[in-house]
Design a protein around this ligand. Structure first.
Ligand code: FES
Length: 56
């Protein structure tokens, strides 16, 4: 289990990176739909944006 990115939904970095790669996600909304990360307080959305930038 890699570092937790979204504490509200308990989603880690590896889960987000895998979803981006496997489903070719390009937006925060797509990551939210695919993983639920970022759908709580919204505090991790900037980190999701960084992960998207690193993996697209
Ligand atoms: S930490 Fe991700 S939505 Fe709250």
């Amino acid at each position: 289990m890699s570092e937790t990115v979204c504490h509200c939904m308990d989603v880690d970095r590896e889960t987000i990176v895998n979803a981006i790669k496997e489903q070719k996600l390009t937006t925060v909304e797509e990551v939210q739909d695919a993983t639920t990360a970022g759908t709580g307080c919204g505090g991790c959305v900037s980190v999701i944006e960084e992960i998207l930038a690193e993996n697209s």
